[in-house]
Ligand binder design. Structure first.
Ligand code: ATP
Ligand code: IP8
Length: 364
């Protein structure tokens, strides 16, 4: 008998009583632990143990209840996936089939490390692979594994999923990124907030190793899914450029921003911060309140967060995942005494002006 059947409840219906699936338990947070943070991306299957240890200790110390953890692949998975063309399929090709197995073998090894570290810290964590629970169709999720995740949560366990090689109805197989998993789980489970932890402080206006890179402090997402930079270090005049490593098969930071925008569009605030740092730990513990926003992410920033960009066209804007165009400057934006450093992605508050402007494609 499955956990879902054991805990099912009886519900009145016009024809008597029937069993129904128990409601999904309240989910406090979904945390994505980036592969770039817990591995050395350029060195095959090499862990950043100190970062992994710090993140697990911090999750353990603020209570793992109502938490779903998803991790990326880093140097466990991206290399074989790229070498064997696993994202394109087909599985009828023996070369791709071997790559599929090698990719899974690698990423499940990393999952073992993450779960092992959490269990050592006293968290009842269990590894849950997307293969077998998730299916895609042309890389889009067609069958969600959220039910299995909810069953683990109901049982008091902390499910630990990972980006994976999965079966695809059109391509035979593909790679399902941890970032996309997070978005699907947010759609299905509606957590209070989502955190993406990675190896840099958040989303910058250009690759952060480039001179003069400026952290985007707040991105607001419109109901049509497009987004704009509402607050950035050094002002809002930004032209956002994102790059990914050559062997990255899932799109790097650009996919993360795209999926973060899709989560925020649901009304679920998203924080992007550095794994292993105090900012990352605060994001996981407090959600949007770490960034000085209200619990929904929609309230005005608290004093100390610094000036924000005005609503009269001074902020960069454009559809998620595309290059942003500069529209004006607000010198000093984001230079306040903010304690928290990271990127908050949240749904734009609907004002009378926006309604009048007729934001297209309003969706939930
Ligand atoms: N504009 C940008 N802002 C922030 N990071 C950027 C930008 N452009 C490129 N990057 C790079 O993106 C990387 C983070 O994205 P990536 O997808 O590799 O992270 P991850 O989710 O931690 O890893 P994985 O995909 O393996 O789980 C950083 O190492 C950073 O150097
Ligand atoms: C390469 C594999 C197996 C998964 C990729 O997941 P991501 O690192 O979260 O994008």
């Amino acid at each position: 008998m499955s956990a879902a059947t054991q805990t099912s409840v009886l519900e009145a219906s016009p024809r008597g009583y029937k069993a129904r699936e128990p409601a999904a338990p309240p989910v406090r947070r979904i945390v994505k632990l980036g592969g770039a943070a817990i591995t050395h991306k350029a060195q095959l299957e090499t862990l950043q143990r100190d970062v992994l240890r710090r993140v697990c200790a911090s999750l353990a110390s603020d209570g793992g209840g109502g938490t779903v953890l998803v991790h990326g692949a880093g140097s466990f998975g991206h290399h074989p996936a790229s070498e064997y063309g696993v994202a394109r399929g087909p599985l009828s090709d023996p070369h791709v089939r071997l790559g599929f197995a090698l990719t899974r073998s690698s990423v499940t090894r990393l999952n073992g490390h993450v779960v092992g570290q959490l269990v050592e810290a006293g968290v009842p964590a269990v590894g849950l692979s997307p293969l077998g629970h998730y299916t895609t169709s042309n890389r889009e999720v067609s069958a969600s594994g959220a039910g299995a995740v909810a069953a683990c949560l109901r049982a008091g366990l902390l499910p630990v999923l990972h980006g994976d090689a999965v079966l695809d109805e059109q391509l035979g197989c593909t790679i399902l990124s941890g970032d996309t998993l997070v978005r699907d789980l947010a759609e299905q489970l509606r957590p209070h907030f989502v955190v993406f932890l990675t190896n840099v402080a958040g989303v910058y206006d250009r690759p952060p190793e480039e001179e003069g890179a400026r952290l985007l402090r707040r991105i607001v997402v419109r109901k049509d899914g497009s987004w704009r930079v509402a607050e950035a270090e050094g002002g809002c005049q930004v032209d956002v450029r994102m790059t990914a490593d050559a062997h990255d098969v899932t799109g790097g930071i650009a996919l993360k921003v795209e999926e973060a925008a899709r989560v925020a569009r649901l009304g679920v605030p998203v924080l992007i911060a550095q794994a292993g740092s105090e900012d990352g730990a605060l994001a996981c513990r407090l959600g949007p309140r770490a960034a000085g926003a209200g619990a929904t992410g929609a309230a005005a920033p608290e004093p100390g967060l610094g000036p924000t960009c005005g609503s009269e066209g001074t902020c960069s804007e454009g559809p998620a995942g595309t290059q942003q165009q500069q529209q004006g400057a607000e010198p000093g934006g984001g230079q306040g005494a903010a304690a928290w450093r990271g990127t908050l992605v949240m749904l734009e508050e609907e004002g009378p002006g926006e309604e009048a402007a007729g934001v297209p494609g309003a969706a939930g």
